[in-house]
Design a protein around this ligand. Sequence first.
Ligand code: NAD
Ligand code: UGA
Length: 478
Amino acid sequence: MPQIPSPQITHICCIGAGYVGGPTSAIISQNCPSIKVTVVDTDAKRISAWNSPAALPIYEPGLEAIIRNQLNINLFFSTDIDKAIAESQLIFIAVNTPPLEIIDTDCSGRRRGAGADLSAVMECAQRIARVSTSSKIIVEKSTVPCGTSHEVGDILQKYARSGVQFQVLSNPEFLSEGTAVRDLQHPDRVIIGSALQTASEAQEHLKYIYKHWVPADRIITMSQWSAELTKLASNALLAQRVSSINSLSALCESLGADIKEVARGCGADSRIGGDFLRASLGFGGSCFHKDLSSLVWLCDSLRLTPVADYWHQVLLMNEFQTSRFAQRILSTINVRGARIACLGFAFKEGTGDARNTPATRVCRELLTAGARLSVYDPKVPADHILSMLTEEAVESTAANSARVDVGYNCVSVCSRALEAIEGAQAVVVLTAWPEFRCINWEQALQTMPALAHIFDGQAMLDHEYLQKLGFQVVSMGK
Ligand code: NAD
Ligand code: UGA
């Protein structure tokens, strides 16, 4: 067990009970039994779900067990934000920071990307300052543009009661959805950024919490600006690898090469490594797109146009990949009036999160071309899938009477993969859920009409076997 200095932090709270706030607080409570952790949010429905371990608001492998163990022991979920702020010595801000506006232009030097909407972060800062009657450490956990912790500090100072002081630290989160528990329990690194001249004591307090389970050499301290940029840069570098392999997948399809073989060959070079080289129908999720947009915005603001161009290209390549896949389906089969089985909807396997999922775009293009869809995803709730697919369809119905049959009746959500496939003319794989490899494809084929197609957008199935069974297989990168 690492050496823990004498405990000074006994109460902490986390504002924002989302994909970051919930799991992060659960891991802290599990590893720091002497600290009371309260997670607060304005969303009463979400808080109530966190208080019911059987119906947590997010799906993360391993999370339910931790919540069951810690709930109401030293982990609490509440809507009483002011009380939690008042009693805490250290407060994490883990609220959402969505893109402010999307401006997509050519390369003429005009701004592209999107700044981050920091209103929730700033609202929290104001609230903390107004409520606090004692000095506190404020930890910025949300992903924010460089300079935000400085602005948070200014707001805290402006609204602080007399005699109350705040130290602001930047502590970006690097967890991935689907592996959040593992990532939080065994992080590659914990970054703590601070305005070094004033915040070294605050830094020690935050380190004290992490040292309960994170080896000291994995806790890296740096300036606030570096910490904030490290977060954006990490996501940009990961997204860049995905766009790089996806660009090569287009080349493979034209040349007759196989992207999985190319990725394996390249990844075997220890300098390159194999992670994030899986070709797909494009990256999705709430963060890669948002954080790249934020980086592009920042570069353009600083008139670093070639740098902005460089990162913007990662986003453009991602859009190209998704639309390329949809077009490949449309140019292979006539989908008008046909039923297409869509397997997967989440932006990646292991999560029920469908924010910014490439599946939406592919499904919408199929619907617009007149297809009927039966969708199956093991974790994304049915009402969520329907709302994401039919909102636009209903809008387009109003705008264009030719699309009048595109609506709820064109999308059905199924509770099993085989149910979605039954009678469909083609199967489209949209998310790399491992269970899709175990589908009884022989049985599935029997329920489908002749010339059944499989479009494998995640290049994940055993194509040779499927072809032997009689499927026409079209795969990303092959
Ligand atoms: P989320 O939308 O799941 O959760 C945010 C929560 O904050 C919501 O429940 C919302 O109700 C609450 N909230 C918003 N404003 C509030 C306010 N003023 N007071 C109290 N509660 C408020 O978001 P998330 O996915 O957890 O992301 C949070 C931040 O962490 C973002 O900046 C994101 O970029 C970053 N991040 C996310 C991930 C991820 O995997 N999702 C990973 C690393 C970093
Ligand atoms: C990503 C980062 O990996 C986390 O470190 C970061 O904390 C998080 O964003 C964030 O800031 O929100 P996440 O989006 O949850 O995590 O998931 P990833 O595993 O990174 O996948 C992102 C997208 O890229 C998914 O759509 C995934 O399917 C796709 N991907 C990933 C590929 O297409 N190919 C790959 O090889 C890897």
